[in-house]
Design a protein around this ligand. Sequence first.
Ligand SMILES: CC(C)(COP(=O)(O)OP(=O)(O)OC[C@H]1O[C@@H](n2cnc3c(N)ncnc32)[C@H](O)[C@@H]1OP(=O)(O)O)[C@@H](O)C(=O)NCCC(=O)NCCS
Length: 152
Amino acid sequence: MVLMEIKKVTSKDLKKIISLEQQIFKKNAFSKELMVNLIENSALFLKLETGKHLIGFIIAIKDKKERANIINFLINPKFRNQGYGSYLLQNMINKIKNLKGVKKIVLNVQINNTAAINLYEKFDFKKSPIIFENYYQSGESAYLMELEINSL
Ligand SMILES: CC(C)(COP(=O)(O)OP(=O)(O)OC[C@H]1O[C@@H](n2cnc3c(N)ncnc32)[C@H](O)[C@@H]1OP(=O)(O)O)[C@@H](O)C(=O)NCCC(=O)NCCS
């Protein structure tokens, strides 16, 4: 049996991360420079893998004194609908809870991304009433979703 593990992303993972990012998010993909910057500046950047296969990854930053923002999150299409997204998201929420003083987790999601919205709602994220028009490079609009947490 091959072990499935969550690990911190390092620069050695860049090639696979960027390739999957571009395959999934296309026009809206983060650039290589931004990914490098996030790794170097110690964002919470976690990957889930099994053997050589990258199942998915998730990135969060502390963007305000009391707030963390999940800025990127995906599961490789070959591995979807098997609970891996939930597993990775739960792990990230736990990590964020260990950040001193953080009281809220936010994220933006395309308004037509039902799979992701359902997942976030399962974890109790609430849609804020504001819609961000033309939020993405592709011109799509976004919801802001928020989860109140009790951190340390
Ligand atoms: C959103 C995403 C990360 C979910 O990953 P996943 O591993 O398939 O998710 P899980 O198997 O843990 O599913 C958890 C829940 O998500 C929701 N969900 C997942 N896929 C869904 C689909 N195709 N349609 C509707 N709801 C779906 C369901 O509520 C599901 O719970 P259930 O199995 O009890 O019904 C994945 O679809 C993905 O990578 N999408 C493209 C990138 C993306 O949109 N990222 C989010 C950017 S904000």
